[in-house]
Structures are given as structure tokens and as C-alpha cells.
Design a protein around this ligand. Structure first.
Ligand code: GDP
Length: 160
């Protein structure tokens, strides 16, 4: 493609306590800003992500190119909240191809699990988005989530 990739604006959404700050600090490497921009390489091609970690959900619902919709696998209420946020997102971004990944975080807390991976995957299927389980504490699958977002954004870009 002739056009360079512009920074992709990725917004972290989810109930309080699900791990958004932990996610963002792995991405940022230390800095604790509400917005952080970083170059990463995905499938041998560079991509710039501007990550937005916010609790001011409504304000950012229209500004993202893509969304990571987090819940904690140890907190069913946060899973229900993720569903609500998905529905709200649909209202704000009616374009069907806005990349969204439903992220079940804290998968290291095996014995406190309240939401099975099967349920998470089923919910993602209903909501027409991808699904991944992560652990910010173990740094497990965090980059896979960002790579997944970039791959979806590229698919969308290339189909234009
Ligand atoms: P936020 O409110 O969504 O920003 O959530 P935080 O990132 O502040 O995380 C809330 C709490 O959960 C903190 O004590 C984190 O250390 C903890 N936490 C975040 N992610 C994980 C994880 O993957 N596993 C475990 N065990 N704890 C986590």
C-alpha cells in the first residue's frame, strides 16, 4: 500500500479493577500516562499504536480505531459490564468492522475463576469480535492482544 500507516488509536475499556492500568503499563514499559504512543512490529511490518487507558468511557467511544474490551475472569460482574460496553460501542461505532477484542484478563488466578473460557468465547461470537485470555501479572498474551488488533486493522485497511 502506498499510504503509510497512521498511528492506530486503541482504546482500553472495562470495569474498574479488571487490569487496564496493568495492561497499559506493560505496553508503555513504565510510563503511566493516560495516552501512550509506541511503535511495534507485527508480522514483520511496523505499526504505531496510540493506547488510551481511560475510565471516561463515553468520551472515548467514538475516538478509537479499535477497542480492547477487558473483563476479569475472576469477576462475573466485570464480564456483564463488558457486554454492556459492547452494546454501547455498537451504538457509537455502527461500522461493523471496527476491530474489537474481548479480553478475559487475570487468567493466572485459576482458583478464583468465575467466567469460563468457553463462556468468554461464546460471548465474543455473539458480539462478533475476537477473544483472548490474558494475564497482565504473568505478562501472558498481552502482546498477542495488541498484535491481534493490528492484524484486524490491516485486514480492514487492505479491504478498502
Ligand atoms: P484497572 O482498574 O482496570 O486499571 O485495573 P488495574 O490494572 O489497576 O488492576 C487492578 C488490580 O488487579 C491490581 O491490583 C493489579 O495488580 C491486579 N491485576 C491486574 N491484572 C492482573 C492479572 O492478570 N493477574 C492478577 N493476578 N492480578 C492482576
Amino acid at each position: 500500500p502506498a499510504e503509510p500507516e497512521s498511528p492506530y488509536r486503541v482504546v482500553l475499556l472495562g470495569a474498574s479493577g479488571v487490569g487496564k492500568t496493568a495492561f497499559a503499563s506493560i505496553f508503555a514499559g513504565a510510563a503511566d500516562n493516560e495516552v501512550c504512543e509506541k511503535d511495534i512490529e507485527v508480522d514483520g511490518e511496523p505499526a504505531t499504536i496510540t493506547l488510551v487507558d481511560t475510565w471516561d468511557t463515553e468520551q472515548h467511544m467514538q475516538t478509537g480505531d479499535a477497542y480492547l474490551l477487558l473483563y476479569s475472569i475472576t469477576d462475573r460482574t466485570s464480564f456483564l459490564r463488558a457486554s454492556e460496553l459492547r452494546i454501547t460501542l455498537r451504538r457509537f461505532c455502527p461500522a461493523q468492522n471496527t476491530p474489537i477484542i474481548l479480553v478475559g484478563n487475570k487468567c493466572d488466578l485459576v482458583r478464583r475463576r468465575e467466567v469460563s473460557a468457553t463462556e468468554g468465547r461464546a460471548c465474543a461470537a455473539v458480539f462478533d469480535c475476537k477473544f483472548i485470555e490474558t494475564s497482565a501479572a504473568m505478562q501472558h498474551n498481552i502482546w498477542e492482544a495488541f498484535h491481534g488488533i493490528v492484524r484486524q486493522l490491516r485486514l480492514r485497511r487492505d479491504s478498502r
